[in-house]
Ligand binder design. Structure first.
Ligand code: TXA
Ligand code: MG
Length: 336
């Protein structure tokens, strides 16, 4: 870790500037969470609607009590188990958290990342860093510094390069302000893992199903992660999916459209597309999750116009993968 760089990043944020930095999930675009002008700058840099609240990142559990009205016992238990890590919890906010940071809500999302550089940077910045994913609004979240540069060069004061992120999908979000805890965004910390601590949890169905209901996390309502090409998910038995997609591909080849496929190690060689990307072994969900956003961005760089993706199992991390893929596809799914 570059200690001098981290100290400098901390000074920039304290002075009201913006720094993009790595976390274990995706890169974040950080500003002082307690400074409303910093939050406004974050929205402007991302081109993000300002009703879409930011996550406040902390470096130690003790920092939590200052920014929330109360800490329910369930949060203490969840923190003991999954913080630092890819879990965001929603609380009622304390007065010191500006509405500019929470998108006008009286609740605040808080996460303590496990990434060493991220934690050091948060501490150096005064302890409270608002950080959405460091992409331009609507694009896939960046999993390496080169994608942050692609989206935000010239719009931020500094970019900290920490190589590729480990998890590759954004944190799980759980709302603890309701009678029963509700998962608002699925992620690496799965429903099963949360139930180990909480007994039972609800899932905001608008966040995980193929529905058009308004989700409770404001950000989940926006089209997201969308590649420039049109993306269709094809679900069904493996051989049938390959046969169907290859028929489609030959149609687009004749039309002269550049095509791409999101596949797995088991199937990648059998697709006849201009660009075939394997996300990894089908059984290795962590690998699949890590590579999804990069694949979507690479299709853009290659100018791919039509993309087909295999579907993935719901359950475990697969639920988070399918949630992001469905949003990227604008919920366009063909079931064979
Ligand atoms: O892994 C992550 O969470 C990454 C890294 C950088 O930490 N951050 C991230 O932030 O994904 P962002 O802003 O891209 O996504 C935050 C999501 C949005 O969907 C937003 O609507 C929701 O969290 N959210 C934030 N505060 C909320 C609140 N008070 N109530 C409900 N949803 C909230
Ligand atoms: Mg985001």
């Amino acid at each position: 870790m570059d200690r001098q760089g981290v100290a400098q990043a901390g000074e920039i944020i304290k002075a009201g500037g913006l720094v993009a930095f790595p976390t274990e999930t995706v890169y974040g675009l950080g500003g002082d969470a307690l400074n409303p002008y910093s939050s406004q700058k974050i929205y402007a840099a991302k081109g993000r609607p300002s009703d879409n609240p930011l996550i406040v990142h902390i470096a130690e559990f003790e920092a939590l009590s200052r920014i929330v009205r109360e800490i329910p016992p369930t949060a203490v238990e969840l923190a003991r188990r999954y913080w630092p890590g890819p879990l965001t919890m929603i609380f009622y906010k304390a007065d010191c958290v500006p509405l500019a940071t929470t998108g006008g809500l009286d609740t605040v999302a808080v996460r303590m990342p496990s990434h060493q550089t991220a934690r050091a940077l948060i501490a150096a910045a005064g302890g409270y860093v608002a950080a959405p994913s460091a992409n331009r609004s609507g694009r896939p979240s960046p999993t390496s510094a080169r994608y942050v540069i692609e989206d935000l060069d010239g719009r931020v004061d500094m970019i900290v390069d920490g190589g590729e992120t480990d998890i590759g999908l954004e944190s799980t979000i759980i709302d603890l302000t309701l009678d029963k805890p509700v998962i608002l965004r699925p992620g690496y910390i799965t429903e099963e893992m949360l139930e180990e601590v909480l007994g039972s949890v609800d899932v905001d169905t608008a966040a995980v199903e193929n529905s058009h209901k308004a989700p409770r996390a404001p950000g989940m309502k926006y089209r997201h992660y969308a590649p420039k090409g049109s993306l269709t998910i094809v679900e069904g038995e493996e051989e049938q999916v390959m046969a169907f997609v290859n028929r489609q591909l030959s149609f687009y080849r004749e039309k002269g459209s550049k095509s791409g496929v999101i596949a797995t190690d088991e199937t990648a060689k059998r697709y006849q597309a201009d660009s075939v990307k394997s996300l990894g072994k089908r059984q290795d969900e962590q690998q699949i999750a890590r590579h999804l956003f990069r694949a979507l961005r690479e299709f853009d760089d290659e100018g791919v116009e039509v993309i087909f993706a295999e579907g993935f199992r719901q359950g475990g991390i697969g639920t988070a993968v399918m949630n992001r893929l469905l949003k990227a596809a604008g919920h366009h799914v063909i079931k064979l």
